[in-house]
Write a protein that binds this ligand. Structure first.
Ligand code: MV4
Length: 447
């Protein structure tokens, strides 16, 4: 097992990784920008190294500085968390070249899934259902017209280098297709330096359902069920739940089995998430994430499995600590992302937290690195923490969520807590009757 893990991240996820290491008896190194010297995970880590000025480009994305911090402290592995360098194949390769273990999948798998065209054709070969559309890249308008004739309109033009919703254009009709392609191509070229495009039938009101997988170097692959991440705004998830209100046990076992088989065929290593759109009882692959995700705790609450510990075990060459037969899905979990933002406009609200009091009690988990007196720096994303609640069923989970949202005190900055207090009383949400556009529609109707 590793003796010392360097945590190449900040905020709540850095603390989350530290906690897993601490339980495993592994020493930690925190790296931080000058703006994060007072962070909780920096205080708790066994050692810390300042790696640069506030700008993430010069600190959390600064590969030479992070490698130097590894060398200075003698860290034998790096956990990248989410965001920043977590899906940077070059970073994984450079660490390997320095004899340091990247706690994550291989550089090859990161690179493969980063190219959305390659990702889609690879998983399709492995038996995962995909959205009907172009077979690979679209090179000419004529090709695009031919694909659209097969799928019907509307269609969605996507950038191979995009993902997470960047570089997409809808064409409602044949007349709009040529313009959508031209716009998508120039945007993709400017944003990613890669203007490869592909095309899919546009699904109108799907849910976003993602399957968590875990794979080790001994050939074991297990799925940990799904998360429903349909409640989002501008491609930022707002609230996630596990299980999805739309799936039953048989559907979970079926899609989970399909995904596990494909992941085994891929020779994948570590934790990963296979994202689907789900409409009219059918799953359609959209992307695969090769990192630990923000919303991983709801899966942990329902399965009792520590995903970060499993990541570390797997990176160290051990077997994962459970088999598919041992995975038991128990009850329901919901996560609310608490951001330092105006709850209606989502304008960031950095500043000093005067008072911070977290809810507690049975089935309640708060993942956060902030504390009373902490100053939220304006340089990074506005996540203050995550409220995660568990109940024996969805209704108990909702009751507990209402109670904990009432108990949570964050004074000094605006937060998204009032939005969640509204959501938990919305009939559609209570009934689990929502899709990927529901929240934006709700915000537009109620503002
Ligand atoms: C789609 C789609 C409809 N049809 N693909 C957006 C992010 C990227 N991961 C894929 N996305 C979408 N792809 C087809 N063929 C609608 C979206 C989409 C979306 C997907 C998941 C979660 C939120 C979303 C919000 C807007 C659009």
């Amino acid at each position: 097992m590793f003796e010392k893990v360097l945590i190449a991240n900040r905020g709540e996820i850095a603390l989350r990784i530290h906690r897993a290491c601490r339980e495993m008896g592994i020493k930690t190194v925190a790296v931080h920008s000058t703006a994060d010297a007072d962070a909780m995970h920096v205080r708790l880590a066994n050692e810390s190294v300042c790696i640069g000025p506030p700008s993430a480009t010069d600190s959390y994305l600064n590969i030479p500085a992070i490698i130097s911090a590894c060398e200075i402290t003698g860290a034998d592995a790096v956990h990248p968390g989410y965001g920043f360098l977590s899906e940077n194949a070059r970073f994984a390769e450079i660490l390997e070249a320095h004899g340091i273990t990247f706690i994550g999948p291989t550089a090859e798998h990161i690179r493969l899934m980063g190219d959305k065209i390659q990702a889609k054709s690879t998983v399709k070969e492995l038996g995962i259902p995909v959205v009907p559309g172009s077979d690979g890249a679209i090179k000419t308008d004529d090709e695009a017209y031919k694909v659209a004739e097969e799928t019907g309109f509307p269609v969605l033009v996507k950038a191979a280098a995009g993902g997470g919703g960047r570089g997409m254009k809808v064409a409602q009709t044949r007349e709009e297709l040529s313009g959508a392609l031209a716009n998508a191509r120039s945007e993709a070229k400017a944003a990613f330096g890669d203007d490869s495009l592909y095309m899919e039938k546009y699904l109108g009101q799907p849910r976003h359902i993602e399957i968590q997988v875990v794979a080790d170097s001994h050939g074991n692959v297990v799925h940990l069920g799904e998360r429903d991440c349909s409640l989002q705004r501008r491609h930022q998830k707002v609230l996630e739940e596990c299980p999805s209100p739309a799936l039953n046990d048989a559907q979970r076992a079926e899609i989970g089995g399909i995904v596990s088989k494909a992941i085994k065929g891929l020779g994948y290593l570590g934790v990963g998430t296979v994202e689907f759109l789900y409409e009219n009882g059918e799953f359609f692959f959209i992307e695969m994430n090769t990192r630990l995700q923000v919303e991983h705790p709801i899966t942990e609450m329902v399965t009792g499995i520590d995903l970060v510990r499993e990541q570390i075990r797997i990176a160290a060459g051990l077997e994962m600590s459970f088999t598919q037969d041992e995975v038991a899905f128990s009850g329901h979990a919901i996560e609310c992302r608490i951001n330092a933002e105006d709850p209606r406009t989502f304008t960031p609200s950095p500043g000093t937290i005067k008072d911070f009091h977290t809810p507690g009690g049975l089935g309640v988990r708060v993942d956060s690195g902030v504390y009373s007196g902490y100053r939220i720096p304006p340089y990074y994303d506005s996540l203050i923490g995550k409220l995660i609640v568990h109940g024996r069923n969805r209704n108990e989970c909702l009751m507990r969520l209402r109670r904990t949202l009432h108990e949570f005190v964050i004074d000094g900055v605006k937060t998204t807590i009032p939005l969640f207090q509204e959501l938990v009383n919305e009939p559609d949400f209570i009934n689990g009757d929502y899709h990927i556009h529901w929240l934006e529609d709700f915000l537009a109707e109620t503002t």
